[in-house]
Design a protein around this ligand. Sequence first.
Ligand SMILES: Cc1ncc(COP(=O)(O)O)c(C=O)c1O
Length: 456
Amino acid sequence: MGIRLDNLCRAVRDMQYAVRGPIVARAQELERQGRQVIYCNIGNPQALAQRPLTWVRQVLALAEYPEVLERAPGAFPADAVEAARTIARESGSGLGAYTESKGFLFVRQAVARFIQERDGIPSDPEAIYLTDGASKAAQAVLRLLIAGEKDGILIPVPQYPLYSATLTLFGGAPIPYQTDERADWGLSRQALEEAVAGAAARGVKARAIVVINPGNPTGAVLSEKDVGMVLDFARQHDLAILADEVYQENVWRAGDRFVSFAGAQARRGDREVALFSFHSTSKGFLGECGHRGGYVECRNVPADVLEELTKHQSVALCSNSVGQIVTYLMVRPPRAGEPSFAVYDRERREIQDSLRRRAAIVERGLNAVEGIRCNPVAGAMYAFPRIQLPPGVTDGQWCLALLEETGICVVPGSGFGQADGTWHFRTTILPPLDQIETVVGRIAEFHRKFLSRPQK
Ligand SMILES: Cc1ncc(COP(=O)(O)O)c(C=O)c1O
């Protein structure tokens, strides 16, 4: 009978991933026809002209091709050369060989030191797994936790569709919990309790809660109190926590700061709740999405469970070695006094300052438009404004019309989940400074015209 759509795995067919969905496919088609498209659909900084950090690329070049040193002696700072030597020595066989399933030990040790320095707590390199981006880490953990269709995972609404798509793929039950748009997308214990109770009424047992902090698509940054509330809730309901912390360096609003779940848990003296914390090389100020670096750190997870995770990882042999090295360079940047520090520090500041300014421009610009209301872009790389639409029109139709008329590609709110009767879209804040005003201006003009035209 051969391979046909109707005999494929149902779960794969049912899976939906809006950030690369039909609107993006249409954008690519328009581009092939010669139209200029500005992609604001995905947090992919280097695709929108963000330059890679010199530190990362110099060491990578040396690590991949050490002979370059003989050809261009003196072209690289001494600490980049030293880092490349460390990589050559510690990796043993270089970057072309498979690594341990968990990833290079020296990189895991560097990640553990990074967590120690960030949170002032010990971290065990043996409970750290290097992965092809944070996506694969989240999927590995969800794979372990979902034993049957009645195993539920709490996911925020709105959420980054990695989680809903992976739950569909693995046959788990999503337990959506609503974040409060009127309170800047804040979390409430009541919403979490209602979600668990609703699931129990459907016969679904909650196993874990996903928290994205800072939030995608909401941009919300959680306080110590919020994180503590989730830890309490998880302990009382015997849930594991999946803390998606890939935007930990992307906090824009004055007065906000990133609070890691690992740090907050230690400060509360909690040694009970199983915690899986994810980080990535794709976001922050590296923006090395294509290199696919990331990790998960596991806490309070029994050793025999970790062994199963190791076995799961070993079936794919290992994550890519270059992504592991980029992770190393993220957690072990040049320090003050080292030769690469000045350039690294300048590039880091320039990127962070520019992102902060762009977040403010997007927020302010969208809020100036009648019929659009945008919560503060406190963190991450997105705005998720609410839009008023004429009756019978969906956010998908609005996004398609925006694309056709302005060349701007954003994602409808329905791809992330939203309260019934509300419409949103998600845009990144990533177009370069000299384009971002134009993008916001075009969205504003489009929306004004859209509202005033007769609807079919
Ligand atoms: C909240 C969140 N988690 C995970 C990821 C995946 O990142 P990675 O490139 O590390 O797989 C993204 C990417 O946009 C994200 O927004």
